[in-house]
Design a protein around this ligand. Structure first.
Ligand code: KIV
Ligand code: ZN
Length: 508
């Protein structure tokens, strides 16, 4: 029997550290629920002590998501560890993941700690975490730029204090596969020292595009846990992509000789959900989940695939959950819409179904046909809004190239309409100012992205925005055949979240 390789997914912790991502606790629970369907072994749900929002997300995932072990990251500070333990209280199986930098540059410039301070803090941290949980992971941050002798010393001390997983992070994506194998071999031999209870793990960043290659290379050096994030999101150039690891290990099981528990057929849905909730599009040629991953353009390739799929495909699209594309038209009714949602694995409550169906009809009337991607985008934008929300009743922008545009918006909340008009230095700016007036909230657009959902002059677009209000950020998305209207809808969605958040803070 092959060895088991553990997949730790950190989409909700390291992945969420990518610039411009602002997931709400509801978004995080939705992603964690999907990760449980994908059957990853461990979900790193967040960094509980980093913010009240992160604490709440970890606590909700710990209480609501069953199956995988739920982990929280923590520094070796006592308060971080106590908060991680508190947030994880309700989890069936839990892990505290401690980290501390071990490279000279981090210790001297960032932490202002000596190596012996670091060593002491790691031992104290692991000892404290063990009071709460059996399962403690320790990571020497910036390991690939640290002195290997010091890593071995610190990791041995962590193991002696009770850590059972030693994770070697290539924090800045600096390692080459050969260096990484050498370091992992050293850790495997000198830290694990034949103790079968100790798991050696990898956590690779993608600054040089080597994260997946480095992670896989470590398997031959004895690593039996790989950390990654869906769609490879994360700090800077991102993390090891979880789905690429799963498919490499499945497709080349002959090469690696390790077993994983993942359900590959959930990959596509997981990637799509993460992309939709983070607003980070998946690059067209992305391995495994990109739009072109199974598309064949040249005549020779198409001919080959028609004769036998395996001439040019090493993976079956069905095995990663890709299925034939659905299209609905303007004559499709409620039953066809409901049937399409069932095929896409989308379940909606009555109110969400009604809102999504109405929006589908409006857009289908304008556009004729709505693709599967369009359907998903409509549902995502219509179900992204908290209760007690304002809805956009009408929207108009006049002016443009010869005089400054003026936007007029009408919004409804529980039958009461609010109208606002504003001039802006562009159509989207005018809409933004008018909508802020209507909501009584002042913020700025920290991020704005338009994603075409199909090609051609009559294309539909999905607009993703990140709204900054004070120190908080709120994401929103809108879909339309008109980019300005799609933008207004996305801004309304983000403003609704900000309103809801302020209400919750005020105790309303
Ligand atoms: O990249 C890194 O070093 C990390 C650690 C906290 C594991 O994310
Ligand atoms: Zn990281």
């Amino acid at each position: 029997m092959n060895d088991k390789l553990i997949i730790l997914d950190t989409t909700l912790r390291d992945g969420e550290q990518a610039p411009g991502i602002a997931l709400t606790p509801d978004d995080k629970v939705a992603i964690a629920t999907q990760l449980a369907k994908l059957k990853v072994d461990i979900i790193e749900a967040g960094f509980a002590a980093s913010s009240p929002g992160d604490f709440k997300s970890v606590a909700r995932i710990a209480a609501e998501v069953k199956g995988p072990v739920i982990a929280s990251l923590a520094r070796t500070h006592p308060d971080d560890i106590d908060q991680a333990a508190d947030a994880l209280k309700a989890a069936e199986s839990k892990r505290i993941h401690l980290f501390m930098s071990t490279s000279k540059i981090h210790m001297e410039q960032m932490l202002r700690m000596t190596p012996s301070d670091v060593l002491r803090s790691v031992v104290e941290g692991v000892t404290r975490a063990k009071r709460y949980v059996d399962d403690v992971e320790f990571s020497p941050q910036d390991a690939t730029r640290s002195d290997p002798d010091f890593i071995v010393e610190v990791c041995r001390a962590a193991v002696a204090a009770g850590a059972t997983t030693i994770n070697i992070p290539d924090t800045v994506g600096f390692a080459m596969p050969e260096d990484f194998v050498e370091l992992l071999t050293r850790v495997y031999q000198d830290v694990r020292q034949g103790n079968e209870e100790i798991i050696i793990s990898t956590h690779c960043h993608n600054d040089l595009g080597l994260a997946v290659a480095n992670s896989l290379s470590a398997i031959h050096a004895g690593a039996r846990q790989i950390e990654g994030a869906i769609n490879g999101i994360g700090e800077r150039a991102g993390n090891t992509s979880t789905e690429e690891i799963i498919m490499a290990l499945t497709t080349r099981a002959d090469h690696f000789g390790v077993e994983i528990g993942a359900d590959t057929t959930e990959i596509f849905e997981t990637s799509r959900l993460v992309s939709s909730l983070t607003g980070y599009p998946v690059q067209y040629n992305k391995a495994v989940v990109g739009r072109n991953a199974f598309a064949h353009e040249s005549g020779i390739h198409q001919h080959g695939v028609l004769r036998n799929r395996e001439t040019y495909e090493i993976m079956d699209p069905e095995s990663v959950g890709q299925h034939s594309t659905l299209v609905l038209g303007k004559h499709s009714g409620r039953a066809a819409f409901a049937d399409a949602l069932v095929k896409l694995g989308i379940k909606l409550e009555d109110e969400d179904f009604q809102r999504s169906f109405s929006r589908f009809k409006e857009l289908a009337d304008r556009k004729g046909e709505i693709s599967e991607e369009g359907l998903r985008a409509i549902v995502a934008s219509e179900t992204d809004t908290p209760t007690a929300a304002m809805t956009l009743v009408s929207f108009e922008v006049v002016g443009g190239s010869t005089r400054p545009p003026v936007a007029t918006v009408v919004l409804d909340r529980d039958g009461t309409e609010t109208t606002a008009s504003a001039e802006g230095d562009g159509m989207i700016n005018a809409a933004f100012v008018a909508l802020q007036d209507a909501f009584g909230i002042v913020g700025s657009l920290a991020d704005y992205r338009v994603e075409p959902l199909n090609s051609g002059a009559d294309a539909m677009a999905k607009v993703n925005v990140i709204l900054q209000v004070g120190s908080s950020t709120y994401s929103g998305q809108g879909v339309s055949t008109d980019v300005v209207e799609g933008s207004a809808r996305a801004i309304v969605s983000a403003l609704n979240k900000a309103t809801f958040d302020r209400g919750a803070i005020d105790g309303a």
